[in-house]
Structures are given as C-alpha cells and as structure tokens.
Design a protein around this ligand. Structure first.
Ligand SMILES: Nc1nc2c(ncn2[C@@H]2O[C@H](COP(=O)(O)OP(=O)(O)OP(=O)(O)O)[C@@H](O)[C@H]2O)c(=O)[nH]1
Ligand SMILES: [Mg+2]
Length: 191
C-alpha cells in the first residue's frame, strides 16, 4: 500500500476514545532503544515523524499517528530500560499494559521490535509470552540488521527465529530500509 499521508495526532497517557473509533490500529512495541520510532519513520517514509533519539527511554507516552487518514500506528514507550527510576518504570509498564491488555482495544498487528544484534532479551521473551497469552497477532521485526556481519547473519537469524515461538520474523533496517516492503505488506494489506 502506498502511504500518502502520515500525521502525528497526539501523545496519550491513558485510555482514549480515539482508540475505539473503529479505525484499525497497529502497535509498535519493544525494548527501549530497539528502534521503534526510527522504524515508524522508515516504514511510512517520513523523516522525523516519530521522535527518535540516542538517549533510550525518552518516549513516555503512547504516540498516535494517523496514516492515510484510515488507520493508526501507535508508538509505545520502550520497556527494559535499566536506568529509569522505579516509579518511571512502573508508570511505563502500566501504560503499555493498560493499552495492550486492559482496555479491550483490538490491534490488527502488534509489531515487536528487537535489536537483531542483541537478539531476544529476557524482557522481550516476557513480552512475547504475554502477547501470545492474550492472543495478539504478533510480527517480530529484527531491526538494525545492517549491524550484523554477513558471516553472522544466518546464525543470528536462526537464533531469533528459534525464540520467536512460531511468529513471523522480518529482518529489517530503518537505515537501509531493508525489509520495508515486506513489513508494509504485512501490516497494511487489506485482509
Ligand atoms: N544501525 C542502526 N541503528 C538504528 C536503526 N534503527 C534505529 N537505530 C538507532 O537506535 C537508536 C534508538 O532509536 P529510536 O528509534 O529512538 O528507538 P526507540 O525504540 O524508539 O527508543 P525509545 O523511544 O527510547 O524506547 C538511535 O540512535 C537510532 O539511530 C537501524 O536500523 N540500524
Ligand atoms: Mg521511541
């Protein structure tokens, strides 16, 4: 699908009536610094749409984007950031959990973004388990694939695939846009 418009709507800090307006929503989640915001920018082809940073843990709201005036991308705060205060972590946890598991919202897909050079961490596996229990339709994006040496590629992808619990894994780079057509198809096809 061709992206003709992408607009930041708002940052949400709790339940929001927009999330029940019937437009399909795609959630982007993952560890802090895994590249969720960069992925959104590269996916829709709009530089600077979602705020990215070299300082992990900066996104503290659910950032809502309207694409082609017809569906939402939801950029969630990252989990697993070691340096935040306990209070911050709890806030972020309840924001993520509230949106994904407690509010009755339906996501067309939940995109779990991982850093492919690091692989699935403990917190990624925990999140994946929770998503599976809640019967979410998950797609795993192995982001930052540009960081992997050619000679390590097959082994690293196999490792990630083995931990993916049967979910689809798409190798991706927000920098080179490898994997962009495949992910775009997966998320935006009219099925
Ligand atoms: N090499 C490489 N670096 C990337 C890629 N995608 C993102 N990055 C870098 O990773 C860092 C974090 O990117 P963000 O998009 O801000 O990550 P985020 O997951 O939104 O982070 P939080 O909002 O803090 O949870 C930045 O320095 C990006 O430039 C990629 O595909 N390849
Ligand atoms: Mg972000």
């Amino acid at each position: 699908m061709k992206i003709s418009s992408a607009k930041f709507i708002k940052g949400m800090v709790g339940p929001d009536p927009l999330m029940k307006d019937g437009k399909p929503q795609v959630a982007i989640i993952g560890r802090s610094n895994s590249g969720k915001s960069s992925l959104i920018n590269s996916l829709v082809g709009v530089e600077g749409l979602a705020r990215t940073s070299a300082y992990p843990g900066l996104t503290r709201e659910l950032n809502l984007f309207l694409i082609n005036k017809s569906f939402y991308l939801v950029d969630l705060p990252g989990y697993g950031f070691a340096k935040g205060s306990m209070e911050d972590k709890e806030k972020i946890h309840s924001l993520i959990g509230g949106y994904l598991f407690e509010s009755g919202y339906v996501q067309k897909r939940v995109v779990l973004v991982i850093d492919s050079a690091i692989g699935m961490t403990e917190s990624d596996l925990e999140m994946l388990g929770e998503l599976t229990r809640e019967k979410k339709h998950v797609v795993i994006v192995a982001n930052k694939i540009d960081k992997i040496k050619k000679s390590d590629y097959a082994r690293q992808m196999r490792l990630i695939q083995d931990q993916a619990q049967g979910n689809k894994v798409i190798p991706y780079s927000s920098f080179t846009r490898i994997g962009q057509p495949q992910l775009s198809d997966e998320l935006f096809s009219q099925d």
